[in-house]
Ligand binder design. Sequence first.
Ligand SMILES: NC(=O)c1ccc[n+]([C@@H]2O[C@H](COP(=O)([O-])OP(=O)(O)OC[C@H]3O[C@@H](n4cnc5c(N)ncnc54)[C@H](OP(=O)(O)O)[C@@H]3O)[C@@H](O)[C@H]2O)c1
Length: 196
Amino acid sequence: MRVGILGSGLMGGKLGTIFARAGYEVIFSYARSEQKLKKLARDAKGKAMPGTPREAAQEADALLLAVHWSRMDDVLSQAGDLSGKVIVSCSLPMNARNTELVIAHTSSGAEALAKRVPKARFVSAFNTVPSEVLLGVFTSRRKATRPSLVYCGYDSGSKEIAAELIRDVGFDPVDAGPLRIVRYTEPLALLVTQLA
Ligand SMILES: NC(=O)c1ccc[n+]([C@@H]2O[C@H](COP(=O)([O-])OP(=O)(O)OC[C@H]3O[C@@H](n4cnc5c(N)ncnc54)[C@H](OP(=O)(O)O)[C@@H]3O)[C@@H](O)[C@H]2O)c1
């Protein structure tokens, strides 16, 4: 599978590196410097390359959306037409100071994104885990007991792709139901981020 990374920071950089080491073709996009994207691709030591968000989205079997909420409009407009694309989002709808969710309780960031790009196939995953643990989970993935990771989404095809990605990072994927369940998991994810 080819995975496009939209947002190559703490989460996108680490998950993209792991996806490349797990055998996926990866395009790192959206950072403030092209040098950083090149270095991430080089250091990933797999089939990884730097690109623009549009290049990351073209031909991608799955996209990882990993930007701050304030960058969402910019990255989505740079990515272009996302109709039919599987978008696995770990982005939380945080305010500028990263202290509170700007969407919560009666909706979630994931549901807002699904409404904003209605023709894309959204899955929410990886947001309940701090970036710091990802490489350790990948390194110890062959152990008998794996940590669980919840994911939510509407359509079964996109959820299968997300589950495969989650498994290849080293987690045991747990289907928590449709996207509206994310309004309960995002506050939990905020708590995890604050504890981390
Ligand atoms: N970090 C965590 O442990 C964690 C856990 C759960 C969920 N999340 C969620 O995951 C999402 C991403 O978090 P993160 O910690 O990975 O964020 P981050 O490290 O800040 O990464 C965001 C990416 O966006 C890029 N970016 C920011 N402004 C830009 C601009 N003006 N032009 C181009 N690129 C720009 C950054 O570029 P640079 O690389 O140049 O800075 C970076 O690559 C957030 O929604 C967060 O809530 C994070």
